[in-house]
Design a protein around this ligand. Structure first.
Ligand SMILES: Cc1cc2nc3c(=O)[nH]c(=O)nc-3n(C[C@H](O)[C@H](O)[C@H](O)COP(=O)(O)O)c2cc1C
Length: 200
């Protein structure tokens, strides 16, 4: 009998405000994933605020130090994941510093420094990873569509393409009361259902 390989999803909530906009969007996205009813899917959610890790520096370039056991777990799960969902608010046209630092710190799992791509850059190792970015912001959706390059989705997409992933989708909400919006949260649920269908 064929044994299905477990599909592992890592969900990262990077807003310092638990239960608010991007975090609620992520929770509903996860409900959508779990609605697949498949028992060969696991989803693990991490609050980035609760994971201790230092800023990137030359000395920690090869991975977590012994003072960063939570980060070691998260990085290992990200490496092994089939899908990674990152939820973030927009902070000053970018992402919160903690998420930026996570992305800087995971170079050791995301890049092969011994191999170069056609641009002469290190080769990305996230080739099997399907990514989804959930972004909340204070600017209306139409502004995000026009000035997309001033919002996190554009930057996140660029970095994770550099890290080797080309299976990327995203969703933005410019409603500052998203956490109370049944309509938007329902959309997140549906996006979660679609995301896991693609992975399965
Ligand atoms: C420090 C800070 C910077 C912000 N910068 C932007 C910004 O550049 N563009 C934007 O659209 N919204 C910006 N906002 C608004 C937040 O992105 C918005 O309130 C979002 O819904 C918060 O999401 P959260 O509840 O998941 O933390 C900023 C908010 C804060 C606190």
């Amino acid at each position: 009998m064929a044994v299905n390989k477990i599909k592992k999803i890592v969900a990262i909530s990077s807003s310092p405000s638990k239960g608010r906009n991007s975090d609620s969007m992520l929770d509903n996205f996860i409900l959508g994933i779990n609605n697949s009813g498949k028992d060969d899917v696991t989803v693990e959610k991490f609050y980035l605020e609760d994971v201790h890790f230092d800023h990137y520096q030359y000395e920690n370039r090869f991975g977590p130090t012994e003072n960063e056991p939570d980060f070691a777990v998260l990085a290992d799960k990200m490496k092994e994941a089939d899908g990674i969902v990152i939820a973030t608010p927009t902070y000053n046209f970018s992402v919160p510093a903690r998420l930026k630092n996570l992305i800087d710190r995971i170079r050791f799992i995301a890049l092969d420094l011994d191999k170069k791509n056609i641009l002469g850059q290190p080769s990305g190792k996230f080739k099997k990873h399907r990514m989804f970015f959930i972004v909340s912001g204070g600017s209306p959706n139409y502004i995000q569509k026009i000035l997309f390059f001033l919002f996190p989705i554009f930057w996140l997409r660029t970095v994770f393409m550099y890290y080797g992933s080309f299976k990327i989708n995203s969703f933005y909400s410019g409603d500052v009361k998203t956490f109370q919006s049944k309509l938007i949260l329902e959309k997140c649920f549906k996006k979660g259902e679609k995301f896991i269908k693609k992975i399965l």
